[in-house]
Design a protein around this ligand. Structure first.
Ligand code: KIV
Ligand code: ZN
Length: 512
């Protein structure tokens, strides 16, 4: 069978998006969902960059069955040793070693000659190979590297034992026909590449990551590196859902198999959105809210006659039928636990108790609870556990002729603090009061509000990005009242900032 390996880097490159700081629990939850989706390899993190990343990669390696687990490492001994330490308990571990190769990176980032770089890459691969059979090597900024040098380094790392050679378009500079030609040329001139898997890792700076990946596959690449919802550095990575559906829908042209359960795509996308706070644009291919909506009368007429007139993908094939009513006012703990199990969530006793309490509060205000509501509650629960600041109560007043004011009661370190503030609007007043109560000043960089489901009593889902001491933190809050959801989102971001400084989790080294 000729098939394309799906290597997911949502938890590594995706997590490098500004403002995303997933904790171990959140990463585990996403990894479990990626396993359900059936990706071949999960790149779980870059263990050398922080204690948090190391712990997350370790936890994922110990508990996720099915996909291989990769850890990223620079071509340095300490990175490689640390990567191995984190993944050694995985059933299928992989060390992913990278080193920049382009002229500009050689000059400004490494200050090294071509010979020195080849030597470092080879030594890095050899060291990784001492631990693990499965070793991937990436010549960073490959698309701006002189092709002759790229050929030389590719051959050298295969000789040293690399089993996958990844060609990253690190800065999203490639154009499809050109990138396809590069892959072809590498196969022609670096004969050892024929013995290993050639992979591609495309960034989306020109909006071409998916096209470039497909063109590479057409020219012999058999692994694509992707991220859910296309998140990642700058404009992001090749979107998992888009490349997977393109390979599936146009198998007639490409003739390649994939092993992904596409029915889990919508849910995976929702979970990543909920936990990262990165919203998907409405018209995004495959997972955007409008991807299966038909607005024009002519289109609607066509679809009513025969769906295929204007739709190429069946919504069910990516699991879009979410929004089913799953529980109601009379559902008890047993039904609640069973439904969560059916949705694939495995909660500990305490989490289950807390989630059940949230569910009961919600069902008092919202009669019918859908699977999307439950996903949102669970995501909120996963995010809420390590609270430094806790919202005790909130009171707001305002109107067209009344200056907005807010009073909040927050507990921090067991102390209860009450503060009030006025603002331009209710949410602004709440944020002012929270900053007074916590003593932390955050600059609101973005504010997003969405309804989890339709209807007047829908859960409001607010995500914010706060800038605190020059760093960005994402926060998310969920409540039937949008002012309360906004307060919870703000506090969630403050809690992330507090947790990070408590654990001194800042990256020790710049990330790739
Ligand atoms: O974009 C890039 O070059 C990377 C490598 C580490 C593969 O993320
Ligand atoms: Zn990258």
């Amino acid at each position: 069978m000729d098939r394309v390996i799906i290597f997911d880097t949502t938890l590594r490159d995706g997590e490098q998006s500004p403002g995303i700081n997933l904790n171990v629990k959140e990463k585990l939850e996403i990894a479990e969902q990626l396993a359900r989706l059936g990706v071949d390899i999960i790149e779980a993190g870059f263990p050398q960059t922080s204690v948090g990343d190391f712990e997350a990669v370790k936890a994922i390696s110990e508990s996720i069955k099915g996909p291989g687990i990769a850890a990223l490492a620079r071509a340095h001994e300490m990175d490689i040793d640390r990567a191995w330490e984190a993944i050694k308990d995985a059933a299928k571990p992989r060390i992913h070693v990278f080193l920049s190769t382009s002229d500009i990176h050689r000059k400004y980032m490494l200050n090294a000659t071509e010979d020195e770089i080849v030597q470092q890459a080879v030594e890095g691969v050899r060291r990784a190979k001492r631990y693990c059979d499965d070793v991937e090597f990436s010549p960073q900024d490959a698309t701006r590297t002189e092709p002759e040098f790229l050929v030389r380094i590719c051959d050298a790392v295969v000789e040293a034992g690399a089993t996958t050679v990844n060609i990253p378009d690190t800065v999203g500079y490639a154009i499809p026909y050109d990138f396809g030609a590069l892959i072809k040329e590498l196969f022609e001139h670096a004969p050892r590449l024929g013995d290993v898997t050639v992979s591609v890792h495309c960034h989306n700076d020109l909006g071409l990551a998916v096209s470039n990946s497909l063109e590479a596959v057409r020219n012999g690449a058999r692994q694509v590196e992707v991220a859910v919802n296309g998140i990642g550095e700058r404009a992001g990575n090749c979107s998992l859902e888009e490349v997977v559906m393109a390979l599936k829908m146009r198998r007639d042209l490409l003739g390649l198999d994939i092993d992904v359960n596409t029915r889990e795509i919508a849910r995976t996308s929702r979970l990543v959105t909920l936990l990262t706070g990165y919203q998907v644009q409405r018209n995004k291919a495959i997972v955007g809210e409008n991807a299966f909506a038909h607005e024009s009368g002519i289109h609607q007429h066509g679809v009513l006659q025969d769906r295929l007139t204007y739709e190429i993908i069946k919504a069910e094939d990516i699991g879009v039928e979410g929004g089913k009513i799953v529980l109601g006012k009379h559902s008890g703990r047993h039904a609640f636990a069973k439904t969560l199990e059916e949705l694939g969530f495995q909660l500990g006793k305490e989490e289950l108790n807390r989630s059940f309490t949230r569910f009961k509060e919600l069902v008092d205000r919202k009669i019918q609870i859908t699977d999307k509501d439950l996903e949102a509650i669970i995501a909120d629960e996963i995010q809420a556990v390590e609270e430094v600041y806790k919202l005790e109560s909130l009171q707001v007043a305002g109107g067209t002729h009344l200056a907005p004011t807010a009073t909040v009661r927050i507990t921090a370190d067991g102390q209860s603090v009450t503060e009030s503030a006025m603002g331009d609007g209710m949410v602004d007043a709440v944020y002012g009061a929270i900053m007074r109560a916590t003593g932390v000043t955050g600059q609101l960089a973005s504010f997003n509000i969405a309804a989890v489901t339709g209807g007047a009593e829908a859960l409001g889902d607010v995500s914010v990005q706060l800038e605190i001491d020059g760093e960005r933190y994402t926060g998310r809050g969920l409540a039937t009242d949008i002012v309360e959801a906004s307060a919870r989102a703000f506090l969630n971001a403050l809690n992330r900032a507090a947790r990070r400084s408590q654990r001194a989790e800042r990256p020790a080294e710049p990330t790739p």
